[in-house]
Design a protein around this ligand. Structure first.
Ligand code: B1H
Length: 830
């Protein structure tokens, strides 16, 4: 008689149980102490901050695991169409604060810790960053995972578990040095090792013909096997029980014992060779936006693609027997071309292993892949040398050739025998080094090609992929990037977060960021202004303390904090920023004493890593430090101008710096930044933008209006003609004179900086620093002027936050879900 019949009452009971467990700091406190004793193995009467962090992390992890299990069971039961997000990079940063906030147990944890004599914020600082990615592309993946979880989509992220994340940047004498980031040193409570979820991944070998049903077919006889082991990272949604999986693969030696090498008696070498398998997932390539035809990189790509697809296909086969249903259950998202081998791999599995005929397999492939490109320049596109592919993955090369053959035949029917165009559009590039164009492969085989902002998409259609756009206009679309307000406001700027909730009278904006627009009507409210300025000041003080602790430089919080943080690249023009600072310094030096009172004090903050092999980028870092040395030690200038280079810029540094910035710079040469996402993070935090009309900035302008930011520089359509002019292009005198100061050794290191100066003078100024210098200085002057009028500045700041709603990754993900992936939410009951 007492059996519970319907799901609903079962769920109610479960919810009551969960509430009983989750409710009250007492339970958390007990869990922390238990973990101190049994997990960390310290006495519950004596443990330090790091041990307390570990114990807290494990207590949170337990709660994550419960939700994660329930979510996975729910997905399995409902069997919805799933989205698999394939990316070689995820820049997750820290997990503790984000997890407790998304789980809704932040206060409970803080209370429990207080009773134990610890402070939550201090413990949160103990955690190192998970930096399994380079820059914007990788952080975008992380933001999108947060949105996928929060919006209850049945999603999986797949990637590589690098043992060494992005290198740590150490500045010695102003020069960048790279140090390995062995981030797993102290264990990682945020992952779950799945020793039983493993797949063999094969490499090398030969392809043979085999008799089959009277005909013949290809069989790949691989030469090497490596084992992929799954590590699951639970990703909790906010305000939902849904907790999805980021599954990262680690390489381990295979257990398929190679009798041959053991029998030769060389036992030691056989074991050492086995161990070499692990190098596949050992290190992240640190080059943002450049590719090299390296074997290890190709191995990484295939390793993660093969393991992920075995996993995905196994999950499909658990409840389906007919591959024609595959496209109704599976969407595969390619994050740039890095996972594009997945296309050939799906063909190989369907044809060689599942024995579907080629056309049936091809029909399936054409329905499941979507591709997002983050590239602006044709030179930025990934190419794999055919020789390399042939030795590492001989069967995949054949498959790619076969896909290309059919496609080119089809193309000839469509466009005729235009050989120039045919060879441009071919997947195979003939030339000195014959190679596979991964982007062409991805475009041919995907149903949708997405750009990451509207202007980026225009560039794709008119330049980078023009031929393809003309052939398949329906394939091309864009989803403007977004960032998650959970991390970029709620986690990183708690005081602003509380202020927003107070003034909107609700916390609903945390899941529905469009509600931020409600701040617009209060933009002139004096009470809001006062509170807004208070919050901003507190954040600036926090940043000032960090700057002093890290560099010894004391900065005044009444100065304007002017920030540029991002990877160092010529096109992002950190050099323009530095030359502008030199100009400002020079102006102050040459000013009458009496005029100095009119100068708006500035703290210029620059941070970012240069790819280890990128010489010019490294020189830019050195120049920044040399200029800082000069300015900061000039008593004559004092608080009017400071320049700080923040070393080892990463996600957690960004979380500290962004809330404390008054002004931020996004100053790429127009037409070079596919989207940019830093601008969105600053915008949400009420920081004003000084920017060129590039990438996503064009769309920010539409939301907040050009009067609400400081725009400058050549427009995208003007850039090609300006470059044509080369040495005859007029550059302002001030530009020549600041470059001269660097050349003349005013900041030391004359010889070292010579090539840097050459890059922007005498017709070599590809990124148009000289041309844009005048309007850059004008935009800076406009920012100074606005800053003096604190009322105006505060209004602009409020309107920036209020207008940031469109730039949430929730919006981006919803667009992908509806328009590209065809998936629906699948909410796990509480
Ligand atoms: C972006 C990359 C990238 N574009 C290759 N391309 C890489 C390319 O390791 N690799 O081989 C790594 C990264 N990253 C960035 O993507 C764009 O420059 C930004 O404009 C954009 O906002 C971001 C996210 O779409």
């Amino acid at each position: 008689g007492n059996r519970i019949e319907d799901d609903q009452s079962l769920e109610k009971i479960k919810k009551a149980l969960i509430d009983a467990v989750d409710g009250g700091g007492g339970e958390v406190k007990k869990d922390i102490l238990d973990h101190v004793e049994y997990t960390v193995a310290r006495s519950r009467f004596s443990f330090d901050d790091f041990e307390a962090y570990q114990a807290l992390a494990h207590s949170v992890r337990d709660r994550l695991i419960e939700r994660w299990h329930d979510t996975q069971i729910h997905f399995k039961k409902k069997d919805p169409k799933r989205i698999y997000f394939l990316s070689l990079e995820f820049l997750m940063g820290r997990s503790l604060s984000n997890s407790v906030i998304n789980l809704g147990i932040r206060d409970q944890c803080a209370d429990a810790l207080k009773e134990l004599g610890f402070e939550f914020e201090v413990l949160a600082e103990q955690e190192g960053d998970a930096a399994l990615g380079n820059g914007g592309l990788a952080r975008l993946s992380a933001c999108q995972m947060d949105s996928l979880a929060t919006m209850d989509y049945p999603a999986w992220g797949y990637g590589l578990r690098y043992q060494y994340g992005l290198f740590r940047q150490v500045i010695l004498d102003g020069y960048q040095h790279e140090q390995p980031d062995y981030w797993l040193n102290f264990g990682n409570p945020w992952e779950i090792e799945r020793v039983h979820v493993t797949y063999p991944v094969k490499f090398y070998g030969t392809v043979e013909d085999e008799n089959f049903n009277g005909g013949s077919r290809k069989v790949w006889l691989p030469g090497e096997t490596v084992e992929a082991v799954a590590y699951d990272n639970p990703i909790p949604g906010h305000g939902t029980r849904n907790t999805i999986t980021l599954r990262l693969w680690a390489a381990k030696p295979s257990d398929q014992i190679d009798m041959e090498s053991y029998n030769t008696g060389d036992y030691i070498n056989a074991v050492v060779n086995r161990q070499r398998a692990e190098t596949i997932s050992s290190v992240l390539y640190p080059d943002d936006r450049s590719y090299q035809g390296k074997e290890l990189r190709l191995k990484q790509q295939y390793f993660f693609v093969s393991a992920s697809l075995q996993d995905i296909i196994r999950r499909f086969k658990d409840s389906h027997s007919n591959f024609d249903d595959f496209p109704e259950k599976v969407a595969l998202q390619l994050n740039d071309t890095h996972p594009a081998l997945a296309i050939a791999e799906v063909m190989r599995v369907l044809v060689d292993e599942e024995h579907l005929d080629w056309n049936r397999a091809w029909g399936i492939v054409c329905k499941i892949f979507s591709f997002t490109t983050h590239t602006v320049l044709p030179e930025g596109l990934e190419k794999v040398p055919v020789d390399l592919l042939e030795s590492l993955l001989p069967r995949h090369l054949q498959i790619i050739y076969d896909i290309n053959f059919d496609y080119i035949e089809e193309l000839k029917k469509r466009i005729g025998l235009d050989y120039d165009r045919l060879s441009r559009m071919s997947i195979v590039e003939d030339g000195a080094v014959k190679s596979i164009r991964m982007a062409n492969l991805a475009i041919v085989c995907s149903h949708t090609v997405n750009g990451v902002s509207r202007v980026h998409s225009e560039l794709l259609k008119t330049r980078v992929f023009k031929d393809f756009y003309e052939l398949w206009p329906h394939k091309f679309d864009y989803k403007t990037n977004g960032v998650t307000q959970r991390r970029w406001i709620v986690v990183s700027n708690p005081s602003l977060s509380a202020l927003i909730s107070k003034w909107l009278g609700t916390e609903a904006w945390i899941r529905d960021v469009g509600l931020l627009a409600g701040l617009q009507e209060q933009a002139a409210n004096v009470d809001l202004h006062e509170e807004w300025r208070m919050v901003r000041k507190v954040n600036k003080m926090r940043l000032a303390e960090y700057i002093e602790a890290m560099s010894g430089i004391k900065v005044s919080v009444s100065a304007m904090f002017d920030v540029q943080i991002k990877r160092i690249h010529e096109y992002k023009r950190q050099l323009l920023n530095i030359l502008g600072i030199i100009h400002r310094y020079d102006c102050i030096k040459n000013m009458e004493r009496s005029d100095r009172t009119k100068v708006v004090p500035r703290v210029c903050i620059i941070g970012g890593k240069a790819a280890p092999g990128y010489e010019i980028a490294k020189k830019i870092i050195k120049l920044c430090n040399a200029v800082a040395e000069k300015i900061n030690n000039d008593p004559d200038v004092g608080d009017l101008l400071k320049l700080v280079f923040i070393p080892d810029y990463n996600v957690s540094v960004a979380e500290l710096v962004i809330p404390g910035a008054d002004l931020s710079q996004h100053i790429s040469t127009a037409g070079h930044e596919a989207s940019g996402t830093g601008n969105m993070k600053f915008l949400m935090n009420g920081c004003l933008l000084l920017a060129t009309e590039d990438g996503s900035t064009a769309e920010i302008i539409e939301e907040i209006g050009e009067d609400n930011m400081f725009l400058f520089g050549a427009k995208m359509h003007e850039v090609p003609a300006l470059r044509e002019k080369g040495p005859t292009l007029k550059v302002p005198l001030q530009f020549a004179s600041v470059v001269r100061m660097v050349r003349d050794g005013y900041f030391g290191f004359r010889d070292y900086f010579e090539s840097l100066c050459d890059k922007v003078e005498g017709g070599n100024d590809f990124y148009l620093l000289g041309y844009d210098f005048q309007s850059y200085l004008e935009a800076q002057a406009a920012a100074d002027k606005a800053f003096v009028d604190q009322e105006k500045w505060t209004r602009m700041s409020i309107l920036s936050t209020a207008g940031s709603g469109r730039f949430s990754s929730d919006r981006t993900i919803e667009e992908y879900a509806e328009k590209t992936w065809g998936i629906e939410p699948c909410k796990c009951p509480f």
